[in-house]
Each structure stands twice: as structure tokens, then as C-alpha cells.
Design a protein around this ligand. Structure first.
Ligand code: PRX
Length: 657
């Protein structure tokens, strides 16, 4: 297979990993998933998923579990339901109205609790407000908000009236908002005045104002007050959240949605510059997130669950909003960064709310390792019982540190592999059954059929590596890309027949456990965020000084990969530190700050093959300071030596953004 060379070392290291952690017997005894579950799901996988669909509340029961017209799936057809009813009403009706849905903690230290009945009231009021503004079933609504309770309320209110939400991560720039809003013609944009981040104010409404100069479909912009500074409000277009909900009743008739009606769009990076609007529909998605959230985290009625991700990414959609709420869980939402005001912020939150399940990303864990074990040590974290990891491969060292210093050596660590496209966890341990191995996501979830295949699409025997594929449909799978069925088929279903190609490299050990090795396409994974190399290249080339740009990922101790740009500049410009900073700023403005290259190297020319193709593999080698392989196909080999020197200097000067 064409495993990117930059993952080789990680694979070797993983394969020396021999430590095993069988489930603690007491944990196993009470676990939600009991032995036999895999076999049962294999016997009849449709039946397995149907048993979870039967736990949802339907307005009209479904008739058929699965209609599979490869690669287009329809699950639970004939049924109607509403996602917000499943997240809220049915718990309230069952007498759990006073149960806490969210413990909310703002970055400045403000705290409050929201029960299931309060959340339902808030959602109904806002949904009524949306309806009054003319938002209706079949519309799309963009949401660009900080991590405040209004964010899940806005999502669920959209679901209640049958409009699909399209959440845009609050770190994105106005240009990125424009692309996403225009792609699906959103009729409204919901935001906040500003957000808090590491003590600074993030100008969300101002970014929306800039974006709305170029988004003709947006009729209304609804603004929640978070920080309180004055912001521009355009008459007739902009409305305060408080005015939208004022005098609205706390009940709201939910829209009956077809099982296959669109619940949301979420844009994700692929190998081209244009982000893909991933489509998730109602019933199958809820089934997938409910089952996985229950079984992978072993959720119990009294757990306090905390997924420390941002709702702007799929992890937050599935495992802060829909999964936990459909399961009636009590969750924590924290607005800010883990080092504000000090590096023990997360641990103080674990202690305060007695968090029992914590779900975070390897990049965060590696950062905590760097800060040192003294921070978690300051707090009583004995409430924790399950730890989760998501977003990128977790190296065994980080796994062990998490297990020992956060989990006190007693909590199973579930490494969960999945994607925006899969909607829910695909490969992960079931903590009461699975023997854990540090660095491995272990086994496919029940009813998921995964495999590792070679270039020819043939299954690779145990012990080998290749492409991870999924061989049968699953309820929470993407239903396509907004407005582009061809791209859906081409991206995921054309490389190998009858298999979904995820785009990750993976090895399977002799016991059938999966070890993920990173992307095999031109997508970087920086702090668990998927960023397309092409997208950053386009943003660079957009600057008048830049002739050509090539972007590659470079291994990074903390963020997994760091963005590394090679830039050739037009005559009349000079490659200086100032220009480098300006280009970083430019990328930040085009795409969002988190996509700014950490390393930037100027060059006269980029290394190209004789046919004119940029040699990315070579650039990756240069970026990571490796010995170079064969460069005989290179058009001008003198470029390489020069680039190596420059890249070394850039790495030495590299700074954490
Ligand atoms: O490369 C894999 C990596 O993240 C990609 C999916 O990114 P996104 O759609 O943004 O969703 C992130 C949250 C699910 C995958 O293709 N990835 C995610 N989880 C893991 C992982 N790589 C290794 N191990 C994981 N547990």
C-alpha cells in the first residue's frame, strides 16, 4: 500500500507495544455490553440496529429497517419522528424533567445548571421564534456560536421545526462562513455577540457581518448575548435572541420528520479546496449515536459525562448533543480553553461536577503531559471511571499517561475511531468486554463490518496493514454530500467495489485489533482537526506575493501533525519574516486562525517531476528532516538541497501558534 512514509515510525513503535489491560472484573460484571453482543449483531445486523431504533420515540413506526441501493442507504423507512422529542420531551414525560441535562461552565467562571424541562422550554421558545420568522421544514440554518447553552438549543430548535442546521466552528473566518452558507443557501444565521477564548473576546457577530455582505440567502441573523459589548445590529435583518424568544410559549408542536429527512449538514475537508457538506438524516443518525454512546462509554443513569470537544465539530454533534441527550445523560459543557486561568482548569471541572466519563483528544492529552502530572494531582478525580479518546491516533505513551495520571490506573481508556462521515463511533473497545492495548482502537463496534485491504482491494491477512474500509451500511452513515452525489460516489465508493473508503491507513495485529496510522490522502490532522492541504495552498496562492504553494503535514509531538508550507514567490517580492507573518495572517483570514502554517519555507521553485507534478512525498521528507529517497525524477535536483537547508531553518524558528 502507499502508506505515507511519515507514519512508518509510528507504526513500528506501536507494534512493539505489548501491554494489555483486560476489563476490571467488577466493571465487566455491570457493563452495558455483555459478551455475546458481537455474535448477536453478526447473526442479524439489521435486527441489532432495529433493537436500538425501537428505543427511540416514533410518531409513526418504521416499516423497513434498511433499503440499500449502494451506495445510497435508507434506514427505518416509513417511520416519522422528531430528534428534539427524542432528546428532550420523552425524558420529561417519563418523569426525568428535573434531571440535569447540562452543567454549564463558562470560561470566565460563570456556572449554571440546565434540567431537561428547562432545556425543553428553551428549545420550544426558540423554535416558536424561528417559525415566526418563517423558518420551516426543509430550510437550512447556519449556526456560528461559541460553546454556550444557546448553541445546543439552536440546534434542537432547528430540528424541532424541521430545518437542517449547519454548524460552522467558531474559529472559522468570514470567508469560510460565506462558502458554507452559500453552498446550501441557509436562510438564517444564528450567532453570538462575541465569545470568550483564553480571556480574549472572539468577534463572532463582526465576522458574521463581514460574511453577510456575500450571503444573499440569509434573511435573518439572530444574536445571543454572551459578552455584552455593543455590536452592530442591522435593522430588519439582525435580531437579539432575547427578542426572538420573548413572549413565545414554552410548548411547540414538533414537526414530524421522515426517518430520512435531513437533520444536519456539517462541512468537512477533503482533498480539494471545496469543503464537503456531509449530510446526516434523522432516524439512522440518532440510532447510531445512541447505541454507541450507551455501549462504548458504558453510560449509566447517574453518570456525569463530559465530552471536552467543541460542538462545532462532529464529536460535539454526536457526543455532546444528540447521543447524550437521547440517552438522557447528564453532561458538562465548558466554554473555554484548558489553561484558563490555569493549567488545572479541566481537572477542577472534573472534581466540581464529579465527572465519571471523560472524552477528549490525543492532542489535548499530549499537552497535559507536557504541562505535567502536578496539575491533575491537585484535584480529587476519583469520580472518573471511563476515559475516551478521539480525533487522531493516540500514541501508546499518551494512552499510558492518560490511564495513569487522569484515570488513576483504574479507568478503561476507549480509543474511538470514526469520522464526520460515519456519524458515530465505528471502531472502539466495549469497556466491559474488550482487552485494551495502548494505542489501539481495538475492534469494530457490533454490526460494523470493517476490513483492511491492499491496493487491489483484497483483504490483508492479520498482521498486515492497508486501507481501512467498511463493507456494509450502518445507520449513521453519511447520506451523501450536499448538492454533489457524484463527489460522494467518487470520494468514498469508487476506489474499491462495494466498500466505503475512509481515507485512513491502518494495521491489524494477529489478534485482529486495529491500529490507526493517519490519513492516506492530502488531508492533515492538526489537533484532531481535518484540514485539507489544497485548501491551505489555495489560501496562500490567493496572496499577491505567492506564485505557488505546497502544503504538507509534519509530525508534531503535541498536535499530531503541524502545517508546513513551501512557498515560491513572485518576482518583485522578497521572502522575509515579515512576508511569512503576513502570509500566515492571510491564511488565517481566509480560513481561520487554526489553519495558519506553523512552518513556512520560501523557495525559488517547488520540487516537481518532469511532468510538472509537485513532489509531495519529497516535501514531506524534507519537512520531517528525513534522508531523502530517490529524486531522479526530479526536474531540478539542486532545489532539494536548498529546500532542506531552508526547511531546517524554518523548523528551528518554528513557533507554536
Ligand atoms: O484520520 C482519522 C482521524 O480523524 C479523521 C476524521 O476526522 P473528522 O471527520 O474531523 O472527525 C473527527 C472526530 C471523529 C479520521 O479519518 N481519527 C478520528 N478518530 C481517530 C482517528 N485516527 C485514529 N484514531 C482515532 N481514534
Amino acid at each position: 500500500m502507499t502508506t505515507p512514509t511519515h507514519t512508518t515510525e509510528a507504526i513500528e513503535a506501536l507494534f512493539n507495544e505489548a501491554r494489555k489491560f483486560p476489563p476490571p472484573p467488577e466493571f465487566a460484571k455491570h457493563a452495558n455490553a455483555q459478551p455475546g453482543i458481537y455474535e448477536e449483531a453478526e447473526r442479524d445486523y439489521e435486527r441489532f440496529w432495529a433493537s436500538w431504533a425501537d428505543k427511540l420515540e416514533w410518531m409513526k413506526p418504521y416499516e423497513t429497517v434498511l433499503e440499500w441501493n449502494e451506495p445510497f442507504a435508507k434506514w427505518f423507512t416509513g417511520g416519522t419522528l422528531n430528534a428534539s422529542v427524542n432528546a428532550l420531551d420523552r425524558h420529561v414525560r417519563a418523569g426525568r424533567g428535573t434531571k440535569i441535562a447540562f452543567y454549564y461552565e463558562g470560561e470566565p467562571g460563570d456556572r449554571w445548571t440546565i434540567t431537561y424541562s428547562q432545556l425543553l422550554d428553551d428549545v420550544c421558545r426558540f423554535a416558536n421564534g424561528l417559525r415566526k420568522l418563517g423558518v420551516k421544514k426543509g430550510d437550512r440554518v447556519a449556526i456560528y456560536m461559541p460553546m454556550i447553552p444557546e448553541l445546543p438549543v439552536a440546534m434542537l430548535a432547528c430540528a424541532r421545526v424541521g430545518a437542517a442546521h449547519s454548524v460552522i466552528f467558531g474559529g472559522f473566518s468570514p470567508d469560510s462562513i460565506v462558502d458554507r452558507v452559500n453552498d446550501s443557501h441557509c436562510v438564517a444565521l444564528i450567532t453570538a455577540d462575541q465569545g470568550w477564548r483564553r480571556g480574549n473576546k472572539v468577534p463572532l457577530k463582526a465576522n458574521c457581518d463581514k460574511a453577510m455582505e456575500s450571503t444573499p440567502s440569509v434573511r435573518h441573523c439572530i444574536v445571543a448575548k454572551r459578552v455584552g459589548d455593543a455590536v452592530e445590529m442591522q435593522d430588519g435583518r439582525d435580531l437579539w435572541w432575547s427578542d426572538v424568544v420573548a413572549e413565545q410559549p414554552a410548548t411547540c408542536e414538533p414537526e414530524p420528520m421522515d426517518a430520512e429527512d435531513l437533520l444536519y449538514l456539517l462541512y468537512t475537508s477533503g482533498t480539494t479546496a471545496k469543503p464537503k457538506g456531509i449530510k446526516h438524516t434523522t432516524a439512522g443518525y440518532l440510532v447510531g449515536v445512541t447505541a454507541t454512546h450507551n455501549l462504548v462509554f458504558d453510560l449509566k443513569e447517574n453518570d456525569v459525562y463530559w465530552c471536552a470537544a467543541d460542538i462545532g465539530w462532529v464529536t460535539g454533534h454526536s457526543y455532546i448533543v444528540y447521543g447524550p441527550l437521547c440517552n438522557g445523560a447528564t453532561s458538562v459543557i465548558y466554554e473555554g480553553t484548558p489553561d484558563f486561568p490555569d493549567k488545572d482548569r479541566l481537572w477542577s471541572i472534573v472534581e466540581r461536577y464529579k465527572v465519571s466519563i471523560l472524552y477528549t483528544a490525543p492532542t489535548a492529552i499530549r499537552t497535559f503531559m507536557k504541562w505535567g502530572a502536578e496539575y491533575p494531582k491537585q484535584h480529587d478525580m476519583s469520580s472518573l471511571r471511563v476515559l475516551g479518546s478521539v480525533g487522531e491516533p493516540i500514541n501508546p505513551e499518551a494512552w499510558m499517561w492518560y490511564h495513569e495520571h487522569i484515570g488513576g490506573g483504574r479507568c478503561p481508556v476507549v480509543d474511538t475511531w470514526w469520522q464526520t462521515e460515519t456519524g458515530a463511533i465505528m471502531i472502539a473497545p466495549l469497556p466491559g468486554i474488550t482487552t485494551l492495548k495502548p494505542g489501539s482502537a481495538t475492534k469494530p463496534f457490533p454490526a460494523i463490518q470493517a476490513d483492511i485491504v491492499n491496493e487491489q482491494g483484497e483483504s490483508v491477512p492479520l498482521g498486515g496493514g492497508g486501507y481501512i474500509v467498511l463493507k456494509r451500511p450502518w445507520p449513521s452513515m453519511l447520506r451523501g454530500i450536499w448538492g454533489d452525489d457524484d463527489r460522494y460516489v467518487h470520494t468514498y465508493w469508487s476506489r474499491f467495489q462495494h466498500m466505503y473508503l475512509a481515507g485512513d491507513g491502518c494495521k491489524r495485529d494477529l489478534e485482529g485489533d486495529y491500529w490507526f496510522m493517519g490519513r492516506i490522502d492530502d488531508v492533515m490532522n492538526v489537533s484532531g482537526h481535518r484540514i485539507s492541504t489544497t485548501e491551505v495552498e489555495s489560501a496562500l496562492v490567493d496572496h499577491p506575493a505567492v506564485a505557488e504553494a505546497a502544503v504538507v503535514g509534519r509530525l508534531d509531538d503535541v498536535t499530531g501533525q503541524a502545517i508546513c508550507a513551501f512557498v515560491s514567490i513572485r518576482s518583485g517580492f522578497e521572502g522575509s519574516k515579515e512576508l511569512g507573518d503576513e502570509l500566515r495572517r492571510h491564511v488565517g483570514e481566509k480560513l481561520g486562525k487554526f489553519t495558519q502554517p506553523k512552518y513556512l519555507t520560501f523557495t525559488q521553485e517547488l520540487p516537481k517531476t518532469r511532468s510538472g507534478k509537485i513532489m509531495r512525498r519529497l516535501l514531506r521528507d524534507i519537512a520531517e528532516g528525513r534522508m531523502l529517497g530517490d529524486t531522479t525524477t526530479l526536474a531540478d535536483s539542486s532545489i532539494v538541497a536548498e529546500l532542506q537547508e531552508r526547511a531546517k531553518a524554518a523548523a528551528a524558528a518554528g513557533k507554536d501558534e
